[in-house]
Design a protein around this ligand. Structure first.
Ligand code: CMP
Length: 139
């Protein structure tokens, strides 16, 4: 197994509902080490840049609106197989389909307001970690 890093975002809905601590506890409980963390209120340009891959999707405007609605917590997580480990912990994108015991089942509302984001591949994790934490990229 390889030590990986992945990017986590605790989204505005979870921050508004006071679930930062609960989600961080689930992250740590799953064996993911938090090695970098910032709380910030994304600008429109930051949110559009982060989700550029989705810019032609019909939900892009709604996604940017939501992600800039209030502060988020971005963090770099590290463990063996961190990308898959965090994606398993988050559960399905749509909280309705997420398994019991996952972050989105516990704290997500719907496919738009789904509490958290995690990188979907090792390759994208490098891009996403670099987007917020250029100094944390593994060399
Ligand atoms: P995330 O893992 O942050 O990656 C892209 C996000 O787009 C996704 O989580 C969802 O929050 C959002 N998303 C995906 N599909 C839809 C949809 N049909 N309507 C609104 N938002 C969506």
């Amino acid at each position: 197994m390889a030590v990986e890093r992945t990017l986590s975002i605790i989204k505005p809905d979870a921050v508004e509902q006071n679930n930062i601590g609960n989600i961080l506890a689930m992250i740590q409980g799953a064996g993911l080490k938090i090695i970098g963390m910032r709380m910030l209120h994304l600008s429109r340009a930051q949110a559009e840049g982060f989700y550029e891959v989705h810019k032609d999707r019909p939900f892009f405007g709604e996604l940017v609106e939501f992600m800039t609605r209030g502060p988020v917590v971005v963090s770099v997580l590290e463990s063996d197989d961190a990308v898959a480990r965090y994606r398993n912990l988050m559960g399905a994108t749509d909280p309705v389909e997420a398994d019991k015991g996952t972050i989105r089942k516990a704290y997500g509302t719907d496919i738009g307001e789904n509490a958290c984001h995690g990188s979907d591949s090792v390759e994208n994790a490098k891009i996403e970690v670099g987007y917020f934490f250029p100094e944390y990229l593994l060399r």
